[in-house]
Design a protein around this ligand. Sequence first.
Ligand SMILES: Cc1ncc(COP(=O)(O)O)c(C=O)c1O
Length: 417
Amino acid sequence: METSKRMKRESKRQNNLNISDFLSKGMEKMRASDIRDALKLVEGKKIISFAGGLPDPETFPHNEVKEIVRMLEHSDFSSSFQYGATLGMRELRKELAKFVSKRGILNANEDNVLISAGSQEAIYILCFLLLDPGDDIIVEAPTYVAALNAMRLRNPVFHGIPIKNNGMDMDDLEKEIKEIEAVGRKVKFIYTVPSSQNPGGVTMSMDNRKRLLELAEEHNILIIEDDAYGFLAFDGNAPDAIKSLDTTGRVIYTSTFSKILAPGFRLGWVIASTEIISKMELMKQSIDLHSSTFTQRIALETLRRGVIERNMPKVRKLYKEKRDVMIKSIEEWFPKNVKYSVPDGGMFIFVWLDQKIDTRKLLQDAIKRGVAFVPGSGFYHDDSGNNTMRLNFSRPSTEEIRDGIKILGALIKEATT
Ligand SMILES: Cc1ncc(COP(=O)(O)O)c(C=O)c1O
C-alpha cells in the first residue's frame, strides 16, 4: 500500500520533469544532426553514404604506424603512456612550427603552437575564450556545422556572408561590417575555412585573403582561419594561409592531422600569438589537461620520418580521382539546372537544387532507396539553404559514387517534376 503511494508520488514528480527547462540558452540552439536522425530509420540496412566526412581508410599509413609503435615499444613506451604538458609535446610543437611553412607560415616557433584534441577542440576553446553572449561574429554561408554548433553554445549574433567561387564575397563582407558598426556594435571575429571549404568546396583567392586581412585590420577584428583542408589541394598548391600574411597576431590558425594522417588520433594544432596560446592553454587545462601523449608521440615520428610528406600526394591523387567520378556522374544523372561546386581539394561537393526542393524531405526518400547525404541547411547559421545538400566523395568507393549519384539524380528529377 505504502509502496504504491510512493510510486505514484514518484511518477507524478517525474512527469513534472522536463529536461529542456534546465538547458542553457546555448544548448537550446544546438540542432541534432539530420543525418543521424534519418539513419535511425534504416539501421542495419546497407546504405551508400555521401554523408559524414570520413577519410578513405586506404589513406591511413598502416605499416609505417605499426613500425613506429614497434620502435616505441623498445625505446619510449613509458613516456608515451605518461601525463604530458597542456600545450603538447615540445618536439611535436617544434616539428609543426616547421611543417606549417608548407602553408607559407614562416615565422612560427614552438611557443606559437598548441596541440589540441582535433582542431574541433581548438575551435571550441576559441569560442569560450573570445565570445560573450550577444557578441557579433561573421561566418561563411554555408560553413562547417560543428564550428557553428560550438559557437551556438555561446549565443552570439551570427552574420553570414555568402560564398562564391573565390570564397567569401569581400564586398558583402565590408558592407556587413559597416552595417554592424553603424548601429554601434562591433564584430569580434570572422571564422573562415579558406581552402577547399567544408561544405562549399570553394577556395578563397589570394586577393581575397589579402583583402580579408586588410578589412580585419581596419576594423580591428580577429580572424579564425580553419585550414583543415589546406594540405589537401589536389595540385598541392593551395594559396598560402591567411596566417602567412599576418604580422600583428590577428589571425588564429587551426589545422589537423585528421585529413593527412588519421582522425582517430584526435590531434589538431593552433598557430597563434603567444598571448592567445597561453590563454588557450589555461582553458584546455580545465577541459582535458592535454591531448593524448601516445598519439602525439606517433604523430611526431610520422613527421620526422616523412610519412605524412609521402602520404599527402597519395591522398590528393585518390580524392581527385573520386571527385572526378562524382562530377562526371552528376553531369550524367542530375537535372541540368542543378548548380554544384567543383572543389579543387578536400572532400566535399555542395549542391544547390531547384528552390522548391526541400533536401530534408528528399533525404528521407533517398535513405529509403539506400543513399544518404547531408541536407545543406544545417551548414547555414540561420537554417536557410533548404534546397542545398553536401556530398562527400572521400569515403565511398568509385562504384558507390556512380550508383549513388544515379539514384539521387532520379530522385531529384522526380521531385522537380
Ligand atoms: C572545416 C573543418 N574544421 C575542423 C574539423 C575538425 O576536425 P578534427 O577535429 O578531426 O581536427 C573538420 C572536420 O571535418 C572540418 O571539416
